[in-house]
Design a protein. Structure first.
Length: 210
């Protein structure tokens, strides 16, 4: 099953992607991670992307899709994959479709803006390995040291209230319209994302018929 996860910043896409990865035995493809991996491995596409990244420019959609397709060609993707963080706009979704990447289902995790603000203000992350924590649902250790890798656990600038509001505005104007793109194709599934991690996971799996 080839999936795209949709939802506002803080809706829980990363958390649910990891759960789905285990349940469905398919990899999560995070565009940020595969771009960094391609650069690290020094692939032809990675070196191209590196020039943009080092100059502070956005990597062009066509190049990102080429790197995604390169990753999807690996053996662990033969039974499916989960795209997390791409596409973010309708032109990206159209370009992905035209490139021949078939998406079976787009799953939107629906969470209100008020709930997002409350959720993100309590979010913490390991600066070293990226492990997520939350002061209510998954509290970090008292010393703010990640038990997984020993890195420092911090509050990201992205999780400050004024930044959250700005990110939500961008999401509603640029990314939310993708719902219509997949809905027109009969591929959109919307699940409630405010009932806790387990309930959201259950709703997604039921919607996927798993």
């Amino acid at each position: 099953m080839n999936l795209v996860l949709l939802g506002a910043p803080g809706a829980g896409k990363g958390t649910q992607a990891e759960i789905l990865k285990e349940k469905l035995a398919i990899p999560t493809i995070s565009t940020g991670n595969i771009l960094r991996e391609a650069v690290k491995n020094g692939t032809k596409l990675g070196l191209e992307a590196k020039e943009y990244m080092e100059s502070g420019k956005l990597v062009p959609d066509a190049l990102v899709i080429s790197i995604i397709k390169e990753r999807l060609a690996e053996d662990d993707c033969k039974n499916g994959f989960i795209l997390d963080g791409f596409p973010r706009t309708i032109p990206q979704a159209e370009a992905l479709e035209k490139s021949g990447v078939v998406i079976d289902r787009a799953v939107e995790i629906a969470v209100s803006d008020d709930a997002i603000l409350a959720r993100l203000s309590g979010r913490r992350v390991c600066i070293k390995c990226g492990a997520p924590y939350h002061i209510v649902s998954c509290p970090p250790p008292a010393d703010n040291i990640c038990p997984k890798c020993g890195g420092e656990i911090i509050t990201r600038k992205d999780d400050l209230p004024e930044t959250i509001k700005a990110r939500l505005e961008v999401y509603h104007s640029q990314t939310e319209p993708i719902k219509g793109f997949y809905e027109e194709r009969g591929k959109l599934t919307v699940v409630p994302g405010e009932g806790g991690i387990e309930n959201t996971s259950r709703a997604i799996l039921e919607a996927l018929g798993v």
